[in-house]
Design a binder for this molecule. Structure first.
Ligand SMILES: Nc1nc2c(ncn2[C@@H]2O[C@H](COP(=O)(O)OP(=O)(O)OP(=O)(O)O)[C@@H](O)[C@H]2O)c(=O)[nH]1
Ligand SMILES: [Mg+2]
Length: 366
């Protein structure tokens, strides 16, 4: 019997990893009738992505409080558990969006010690074509000087396959420019233009991931001091709460106001929202809202009821800001927007922090 296949989908914060995993999961399970499981991963707990995977009904496991590389034994334990329980033919896994050096810290130990357990697909890294030009202007991805530029360029450099994602949002001129940047950084990887949201070319990408194997090749030379500095520039907030309204409010208007106000408050403290994602849980279902970097567009997906009288909200914000500033900004934004919509905040829980410096459990460049 063929071994189960592990597909790892990497890429920067907000590049579309969870959206693609859900799209691949649907294709694999509904169209190809394969058993699929998902492994999610993030810093901290109370995670929007895990709840999205759960709401869509995929069997899943989560590695929390650290990335796959720093918590490799946990990753392997979760993988074994899900293999025993679900017997998946394909496992889809999403490492934290601020992670790099995945080949040396995840692929090498997996192929050396667990080669008998799973077949490794080529390492896929997503690049967001709607933000890459902006990131290149800010951080100089092609010839980086600062830590964030190095982090993004290392992520691209170690890819075996690159998914140039969100091509539905940009013109062909922008796609060509982004492809040019990507090829300057990594001329070995196969580049596939995709839209994880509309499904454009996802079949082509899946074909590559199912038919080819990961091949060890000379890795990238990650400087862990610089890598730590890049992580240090980022702040994380995971929060949850309930909001009860005096009278029903228009859902979309509330959601958009809240997303915008949080970004506005973070920016007012000279921060930059990299990815702000929220889950709105009501009796009629679960819906996700996302705001990626500073293009100001808010993306809504899932089942939103037209009106809300009460809602449970999970909030994950990743920003280039001090954690305490993010916390203060989110609280202030909720206060402002709840005043506007006559909503009362209940059961507030929040944790904000900086991801700890990366300390891989095992590291051996391929
Ligand atoms: N238009 C468009 N939007 C997309 C596409 N892929 C993802 N998105 C949107 O981009 C936002 C971020 O997507 P996610 O899938 O949450 O990104 P991620 O890489 O998992 O983010 P993190 O887990 O925070 O690193 C969401 O609003 C998605 O709906 C795409 O191909 N086209
Ligand atoms: Mg995600």
């Amino acid at each position: 019997m063929a071994k189960p296949r592990l597909i790892i989908v990497g890429g920067f914060l907000g590049s579309g990893k969870t959206t693609l995993i859900m799209n691949l999961g649907r294709r694999l399970s509904l169209d190809m009738k394969k058993r699929v499981a998902v492994i999610t991963n993030d810093q901290g707990e109370v995670l929007v992505d895990t709840k999205v995977v759960e709401a869509l009904g995929f069997p899943y496991a989560e590695v929390i409080n650290g990335c796959f590389c720093c918590r490799l034994p946990d990753f392997v334990a979760k993988m074994r558990e899900i293999l025993d329980k679900v017997k998946p033919e394909v496992i889809l896994a999403e490492p934290v969006g601020s992670c790099t050096d995945i080949l040396a810290t995840v692929y090498t130990p997996l192929s050396q010690y667990y080669g008998g357990v799973v077949e490794l697909s080529p390492y896929l890294v997503l690049v967001d074509s709607s933000t890459m030009l902006n990131y290149d202007r800010m951080f100089n991805v092609t010839s980086p000087r600062g830590p964030m530029g190095f982090l993004i360029s290392w992520q691209i450099k170690e890819a075996e396959v690159i998914g140039l994602n969100k091509v539905d949002l940009v013109s062909s001129e922008v796609i060509a420019k982004v492809e040019d940047i990507v090829k300057k950084v990594n001329d070995k990887a196969e580049v596939v233009q995709i839209s994880a949201k509309t499904g454009y070319n996802v079949d082509k990408l899946l074909e590559i991931l199912l038919s080819r194997d990961h091949r060890p090749r000379p890795g990238i030379d990650v400087d862990y001091d610089v890598y730590s500095k890049a992580e240090e520039e980022l702040g994380w907030l995971n929060a949850s709460c309930k909001v009860v309204f005096k009278a029903p409010v228009k859902t979309e208007s509330y959601v958009r106001n809240l997303m915008n106000e949080i970004a506005k408050q973070v920016n007012a403290k000279k921060g930059l929202v990299v990815h702000e994602k929220m889950l709105f849980i009501t009796k009629s279902g679960v819906a996700k809202a996302s705001y990626v970097v500073d293009d100001g567009s808010i993306d809504l997906a899932g089942k939103f009821p037209e009106e809300l009288s009460e809602v449970n909200v999970v909030i994950n914000v990743r920003a280039r800001s001090a954690p305490e500033d993010i916390d203060e900004s989110v609280r202030k934004a909720i206060e402002i927007v709840n005043r506007l919509f006559d909503g009362e905040l209940r059961d507030w829980y929040s944790r904000s922090f900086k991801p700890p410096p990366p300390k891989p459990w095992y590291r051996r460049p391929p």
